[in-house]
Write a protein that binds this ligand. Structure first.
Ligand code: GLU
Length: 304
């Protein structure tokens, strides 16, 4: 497959599209990122790396971190984890309180904020140094020891995380948060503040394309069955309340974040990431979605 040629075509097409989206501003520090940033990186199991644009510049991974925390939790726990968080698409905004109230504090899935907060709670109960362990996990699958958080983004979100605090309080009232609310919030915001480039994210996401194994040395990070399940949750819940639209247009499991990143995989083939900060009204990178739609169209392959 001529991936570099296909990426070059996508690169040429993208600037001609009007920037319809808005850079996320509810976390003030994210609003400072240039809306013109644009990068794409594809890491193929058989033939290596392809890229264009700002693919080596780090950005705030935000909710893409939810895939990593879920992976850690699923490698520790078995099915009991899913008594505290479901695996159904929510059809609601990612930080909605409404569904949580009438579903008795059990979040719809691990990729909405409420679900990721429960996952963070389970990790705090189990790990001695959750923040360090989280960074170590990402550093391990990326094989890069200097991946870190952006402290400004961390502080910026801490100052305005009233809604996530509300979600935690509501779930605590239903008995679905076991640890101190401040501690869970702090750990969750830490995860969202990690910065990675498209290239680093594509390397990290290779485990989901490669049956749970690192490509470099075949270490099994997560079992094949659990990897299959994470990919299924990415497919059905990875794009806020636009997961159906993403499946319809792109046809790959993936996860987006309000930093404008999208990471996706074609199991058995490649991991691919795009970064473009302006978001569409549902919170997904507008150009990122378009780039991935063109990728599966031009290659002629998606998972469907
Ligand atoms: N830290 C963000 C929040 O909790 C993550 C949002 C996202 O990327 O979906 O609001």
């Amino acid at each position: 497959m001529e991936y570099q040629q296909i990426l070059n075509t996508i690169k040429l097409e993208l600037p001609s599209l009007s920037h319809t989206g808005q850079v996320a501003s509810y976390i003030p520090e994210l609003a400072k990122v240039s809306s013109n940033k644009l990068g794409m990186h594809l890491y193929c199991i058989n033939s290596g790396h392809y890229s264009f644009g700002d693919h080596e510049e780090r950005f705030s991974i935000q909710s893409i971190s939810k895939v990593f925390s879920l992976t850690m939790a699923m490698s520790i726990f078995d099915d009991e984890l899913f008594q505290r968080v479901d695996v159904e698409p929510s059809g609601n905004p990612f930080n909605s309180l409404i569904q949580l109230e009438y579903e008795n504090g059990i979040p719809r899935n691990p990729f909405i904020n409420a679900g990721a907060l429960v996952i963070s709670d389970t990790l705090i109960s189990e790990l001695k140094n959750p923040k360090q362990d989280f960074l170590d996990f990402i550093r391990d699958i990326t094989e890069n020891n200097n991946i870190a958080i952006n402290p400004k983004v961390f502080r910026s979100e801490k100052e305005c995380s009233f809604r996530n605090a509300a979600l935690l309080n509501l779930m605590k009232s239903f008995g679905n948060i076991k640890n101190d609310i401040e501690e869970v919030l702090d750990f969750y915001i830490f995860q969202c503040a990690v910065e990675m480039s498209c290239k680093e994210l594509a390397i990290a996401f290779m485990i989901y394309a490669n049956g749970g194994k690192k490509l470099s040395n075949s270490t099994q990070v997560l079992s094949l069955q659990k990897t299959k399940r994470i990919n299924a949750i990415m497919q059905t819940c990875g794009f806020y309340d636009e997961a159906g639209e993403f499946s319809f247009r792109v046809g790959l499991p993936g996860k987006s974040g309000v930093g404008g990143g999208i990471a996706a995989v074609h199991p058995g083939q490649y991991a691919v990431t795009v970064w473009s900060p302006p978001l569409n009204p549902k919170g997904n990178s507008a150009l990122g979605m378009y780039a991935l739609e063109r990728l599966t169209t031009l290659t002629g392959y998606s998972i469907f």
